[in-house]
Design a protein around this ligand. Sequence first.
Ligand code: ATP
Ligand code: MG
Ligand code: FE
Length: 368
Amino acid sequence: RLVLGIETSCDETGAAVLDETGFILGESLHSQKEVHLKTGGIIPTVAQRLHRENIAGVVQDALNKSGVAPRELTAVATTVKPGLALSLGIGLEYSLNFVKQHEKPFIPIHHMEAHALTVRMIQPVPFPFLVLLISGGHCLLAVARDVDDFLLLGQSIDEAPGDTLDKVARRLSLVKHPKCSTLSGGQAIELLAKEGNRLKFSFKTPMGQYFDCNFSFAGVRNQVTQVIKQKEEEEGVQQGGILSCVNDIAAAAQHTVASHIAKRTHRAILFCKERGLLPECSPTLVVSGGVASNQYIREILKIVTDATGMHLLCPPSKFCTDNGVMIAWNGVERLRAGKGIMTHTDQIRYEPKAPLGTDITDQVKEAA
Ligand code: ATP
Ligand code: MG
Ligand code: FE
């Protein structure tokens, strides 16, 4: 069985062909990152135009590399939620035309479910497991109980950590930094932080007084922005210039984001243990999403998992950020489980907002 996966939920146009074992026969990815870096953020109409220009080429490239003809495909899986409406629309429209033309079943995919399940393409982690998804648009903790069965323990009440790091990087004008011109905000902060001393600045970790599993990052960003303003005055640097202490600010900001994520994850592990939500033998924490490619954050999470007898697993970095492979893999998982395979596509719509699974964040709050 062969699945074509298509991703266009945000700023990556991705496609891949996988077989049932998760072997990647062909993949293709077009990133809009550099365009959006120049404009200082994603402009939805620009993202839409770039998806429209690239989708046919990206899908054709993945098919060519795989040597698979459309008629040989078992199904087509495409991200339909959540994401930017204008971006999702392009992938869905293209996919629905494709499945109609080639008379193939369609598998609508939840982008966060795909991030959560990617790890199982690499190794067969059994359900249930705890999953932490940290990306540019999301931050959540959930128990994955089955391919299509998640318990949502907590999520960000304001912005996502990737968004925070992107905004801090933008405020620090890191696109103008010689080492960072082609890096995403998160990548730029990670790189500079390696040369910095995080102890030069101290930022308060959010939500210290709450013992639920929700997150908040807006306050971190405000604190960092205050320090940047203050340092610009001290150093006589105009906004748009590079501060001499940029590495130290990057290190301190990264550390604060990391320790907040680690504390909330620790809380989720304790909740799961209390409720018996995870297996007693070798319970696993899976971490994915773009921010999960950050090595510093992985190291801090390793301390938490070691201390609680959990096993930490992260997909390789290239599968943490958005791509077509993870969507195709989710299609394989659903095909195997016989779940959500559509032969009539008239009713299918994209959904910009879509929660992952059953929301028990209030229960977690009460237990705290
Ligand atoms: P979502 O998956 O929530 O819809 P998205 O498309 O922005 O959002 P991804 O492509 O999974 O998510 O991740 C991109 C985000 O990851 C960006 O915010 C980027 O700054 C961040 N990121 C990428 N690499 C790193 C890194 N090494 N350290 C920290 N953050 C990183
Ligand atoms: Mg992206
Ligand atoms: Fe994503």
